[in-house]
Design a protein around this ligand. Structure first.
Ligand code: FAD
Length: 310
């Protein structure tokens, strides 16, 4: 068995692996796709101390840093179940899709999350070419330009307020007849001069010139008419889904499916820790996930040194 078995090889899992391995304990990391969401992004300009990098480059650095240590990297392995130990100090088991079972005296879960997509023509084709999912990350790339935010929940309205301070104009598009964000956010949004709110609207297509986004089309659901909006960017804010379906009821999840953790990365099960976008940590960012991964590894080490010797 591993002393620390990590599931997920994004920024959180990589940081956890480095911190665990540096304690000289047996560390393994299983990942469906080492690198995680970082692989899907191009410009990264908020990875503190690195002014500019690209996702695939950062992912390669994550992996080469982990490989500096004696860590068992099991890439392209998808976990399908977690069976927590029945007693404190017992082994936790993780089943893989290929039928193998891994076990750990502690487990760190860092399976990350995925942005819910609209699933309309043009969305995939123009990803990173005008279609974006993270206003904290990509907002400044649209300075002085026109953008749309899709989704009128808290994240959509927060994104629209945030972007309105950077870009020239924001069109917020909501499917329902009303926005669902908190009233205080809606009031703030309504006070901004460069925001237009469109409700009862279904986005049907992202359009472009082959290189970059040039607009979007939405259907007015009340009048069944199509409308075009000329713009340079589309921020999709219809939900971030944690990759936790496979955990079933093995540990406590929030109503949104996020793994409940405390400030040391403890989950509801002793000896099982979690970090990154899959958890209740409110801010989903690379540096935040790395900090959480190191926290979880140090907490796992703390847990191990208190267990009876093997
Ligand atoms: P992830 O990166 O999601 O990694 C999860 C890992 O778990 C992956 O290895 C995955 O394959 C694995 N996994 C999932 N399920 C299983 C399973 N069942 N079994 C085994 N392995 C599994 N953040 C910034 O700070 N700056 C940016 O500029 C930025 N830009 C972004 C642009 C885009 C397009 C996207 C999508 C995100 C961006 N982010 C950015 C957010 C950032 O990528 C995430 O906050 C960060 O990657 C979260 O790290 P994580 O380790 O928690 O999860």
């Amino acid at each position: 068995p591993f002393d620390v078995l990590i599931v997920g090889g994004g920024p959180a899992g990589a940081a956890a692996a480095i911190y665990a391995a540096r304690k000289g304990i047996r560390t393994g990391i299983a990942a469906e796709r080492f690198g995680g969401q970082v692989l899907d992004t191009m410009a990264i300009e908020n990875f503190v101390s690195v002014q500019h990098t690209e996702g695939p480059k950062l992912a390669a650095h994550l992996e080469s840093h982990v490989r500096q240590y004696d860590v068992d990297i099991m890439n392209l392995q998808r976990a399908t179940a977690l069976v927590p130990a029945t007693e404190v100090g017992g082994l936790h088991r993780v089943t893989l899709e290929n039928g193998a079972t891994l076990s750990g005296r502690t487990v760190i879960l860092s399976p990350g999350a995925r942005w819910r997509q609209m699933g309309v023509p043009g969305e995939d084709a123009y990803k990173n070419k005008g279609v974006a999912y993270c206003p904290h990350c990509d907002g400044p790339l649209f300075k002085g330009k026109r953008v749309a935010v899709i989704g009128g929940g808290n994240s959509g309205v927060e994104a629209a307020i945030d972007l309105a301070g950077i870009v020239a104009h924001v069109t917020l598009i909501e499917y329902d007849a009303d926005l669902r964000a908190d009233a205080v956010l809606q009031r703030k949004l309504a006070s901004l001069p460069n925001v237009r709110i469109v409700t009862s609207a279904l986005t049907t297509e992202v359009t472009g010139d082959g290189e970059r986004v040039t607009g979007l089309t939405y259907r007015d659901r009340n009048h069944d008419t199509l409308h075009e909006v000329a713009l340079e960017g589309v921020f999709v804010q219809i939900g971030l889904v944690p990759n936790t379906e496979w955990l079933g009821d093995a540990l406590a999840l929030s109503p949104r499916g996020e793994i409940e953790i405390d400030h040391r990365g403890h989950t509801s099960r002793p000896g099982i820790f979690a970090a990154g976008d899959a958890t209740t940590e409110p801010f989903k960012q690379i540096v935040v996930a790395m900090g959480a991964g190191s926290t979880a590894a140090l907490a796992a080490f703390d847990h191990l040194i208190r267990l009876a010797p093997e």
